[in-house]
Design a protein around this ligand. Structure first.
Ligand SMILES: *Cc1c(COP(=O)(O)O)cnc(C)c1O
Length: 348
């Protein structure tokens, strides 16, 4: 289904005249750059950072475009997907009027971004085995519902959402569907980036923070129809990505062999760790995971959390989330770290 995206965009964003940066007005080759009030000498560092970065992140977008067999006009890049989530709310949701839908238990940033922007958040709980039900979700939609956030594999439950349910929503919801694929590298799910030609209301979020091991660089990517990408690029700050981040990311993306080895190892460790955890009598359930973490249900999550903390091992207590009473989320570590976890648990 194709919908009219322009109609969904907030009027002030549609009419917005973006800031015109010095490096946008002039981008050719020049000998003397006196247009951006930069320091002409250099930087107090070995490498020079005195010039502003490329506002369009052309180099990095080309890499993402090639990998996904898309043109660069489908791509927007931000300082982490957290910021992209915030921008998606700002492009489409009128403060005090529009709403978004989330499927708890899920990633908390969707709700935070919507509330920051003054939008109502509607919750449709995940069903049995944390499955989504597209028809249930559609019942929560009203004329002011602009965005539905889906996360697959879902954080913190670890399961992937049914492809047909996602497609049903894409076909029947006349708003924006955000599919957060932060953990896609660890799953067998085929990325929905390959479905973009069929759905102009789809935004696929990916990040270099998880499998790629670059959480500290802050790189989040949105893939979408060029109209949506145009708006996400329109409202970003002019020099949102630093030269260092863009260069490091381009370099890292050339090292996929190493990353694929890590992914394989993490998936292998995930299944070993799941087996080891199941052997403890205080572990009631280890939920199936297609991500780089395991969600487990225990007899007393707070007691286990506090004990692990005393052993200097930090996991995430999820007990305060709906459907997750006495659940902990444990990231998959190195084999050594996972062994330390298991030997600590033996003494609990
Ligand atoms: C970790 C995570 C992200 C990544 O956020 P960044 O800002 O890119 O580091 C996005 N979505 C989900 C569901 C996550 O768990």
């Amino acid at each position: 289904m194709k919908i009219n995206i322009e109609e969904l965009v907030r009027e002030n964003i549609r009419n917005l005249k973006p800031y015109s940066s010095a490096r946008k007005e002039f981008s050719g080759k020049a000998d003397v750059l006196l247009d951006a009030n930069e320091n002409p000498y250099g930087s107090p560092l070995k490498k020079k950072y005195n010039r502003y970065p490329d506002p369009d992140q052309t180099r990095l977008k080309q890499v993402f475009a090639e990998v996904n067999n898309l043109s660069t006009d489908h791509i927007a890049i931000e300082n982490g997907s957290d910021m992209m989530i915030d921008h998606i709310c700002r492009v489409f949701c009128q403060p005090g009027k529009d709403n978004i839908i989330v499927l708890p238990p899920t990633f908390a940033m969707y709700e935070v971004a919507a509330h920051t922007n003054g939008n109502e958040v509607r919750e449709v709980l995940l069903g049995n085995d944390f499955r989504m039900d597209a028809k249930e979700i559609l019942k929560a939609v009203d004329g002011n519902t602009k965005v539905i956030f889906l996360c697959s594999p879902n954080n913190p439950t670890g399961n992937v959402m049914d492809r047909n349910e996602i497609k049903y929503l894409l076909d029947h919801f006349k708003g924006i569907i955000v599919l957060d694929e932060a953990y896609n590298n660890f799953s067998n799910q085929r990325s929905f980036v390959h479905e973009l030609q069929d759905y102009n209301n789809l935004i696929v979020l990916q990040t270099l923070s998880k499998a790629w091991g670059l959480a500290g660089l802050r790189i989040g990517i949105a893939y979408s129809d060029p109209v949506i990408a145009g708006y996400l690029n329109k409202i970003k700050t002019p020099y949102n990505l630093s030269i260092a981040s863009e260069e490091m990311a381009v370099k890292a993306l050339g090292q996929s062999a190493m990353v694929n080895e890590w992914i394989k190892e993490i998936i292998a460790q995930r299944s070993l760790l799941a087996d080891s955890l199941l052997a403890f009598d205080f572990v009631e359930k280890v939920y199936p995971s297609e991500a780089n973490f395991l969600l487990i249900k225990v007899k007393d999550a707070q007691a286990l959390y506090d004990y692990l903390l005393s052993q200097k091992i930090i996991v995430r207590n999820q007990s305060n989330k709906p459907l997750l009473t006495n659940c902990l989320r444990i990231s998959i570590g190195t084999p050594e770290e996972n062994k330390l976890l298991i030997s600590a648990l033996k003494k609990f």
